[in-house]
Write a protein that binds this ligand. Sequence first.
Ligand code: AMP
Ligand code: MG
Length: 320
Amino acid sequence: MSTTSAAILAATPAAIAEAGAALAAGRLVAFPTETVYGLGGDATCDRAVAAIFEAKGRPSFNPLIAHVASVEQAAALVDMTGPALTLARMFWPGPLTMVLPRRAGSPVSLLASAGLDSIAVRMPDHPVALALISAAGRPLAAPSANRSGAVSPTTARHVAQCLGGRVAMILDGGPCRVGVESTVIDLSGDRPALLRPGGVAVEALEAALGGPLSRPTDSPDAPRSPGQLESHYAPSLPVRLNAAEAGVGEALLGFGPGPATLNLSPSGDLAEAAANLFAMLRALDRPDLVGIAVAPVPEHGLGLAINDRLRRAAAPRGTP
Ligand code: AMP
Ligand code: MG
């Protein structure tokens, strides 16, 4: 872990132009999106994509999302099927990632899609992200800008703390509005499937598709999403779920009214809780504590994404 940092730069037009040029030259740039900060690289360049896997310490069988600035740009990479176009019209720009069949001649690096015949695409809802993709003039592969398995970054400072020495630049666009990663759905098979709950509520997608999303069982040997790896989003301290109160030496991460060390949302608002989740897990990951107890969060809407991240944060840690 490096604390010596690449410069954090306010995302001015000049900084975005400079970052776009760095990306076009195959370098890595961390940038804000509405979900979490991304570690961006040219999605069409094997060398840049390899550098992303290396910087994150991410298993190369975990494919990356190609971020685009328009539906047209996505359509050059993947087959935008009927349902995909409908969902893009409704939810893009926004925290929805669609896995779609790779187009013949698609320029996306095979390394980015982990050799699969599908590619995940998303148009983020953040002016800096969209301007940066346009400045780079190519789709950007951009997983969360943290070491693999650790808590995702929702501020530029979080990125500097864990990846500062590994990126050319960090663009600062303030704290992320949504705060959890995108919802990932697979539209490349016979039936639409939910791969990862996230910033778009599953209920909204099912209403738009007019039917339920299937939820494939986890496959131990070929994870289709890092969300399917057991331990992920994990702070250093152990995390205990569905806690009524803090035990000795524990912090309590609350939800709804009542005493807590930090509270995801005193009023019980799930969007506010999602936006606070990763920053509060980081703030409570303190050496003077023995663990983080977390109050129950309801399992609907954004609560699905919050509980998914919390379960991974609480999962037994594998050996590195
Ligand atoms: P992250 O980059 O950490 O936000 O995660 C991207 C998510 O999209 C992961 O869960 C990936 O496994 C998933 N993903 C990306 N590309 C594909 C693909 N072609 N097929 C299935 N899942 C994908
Ligand atoms: Mg991640």
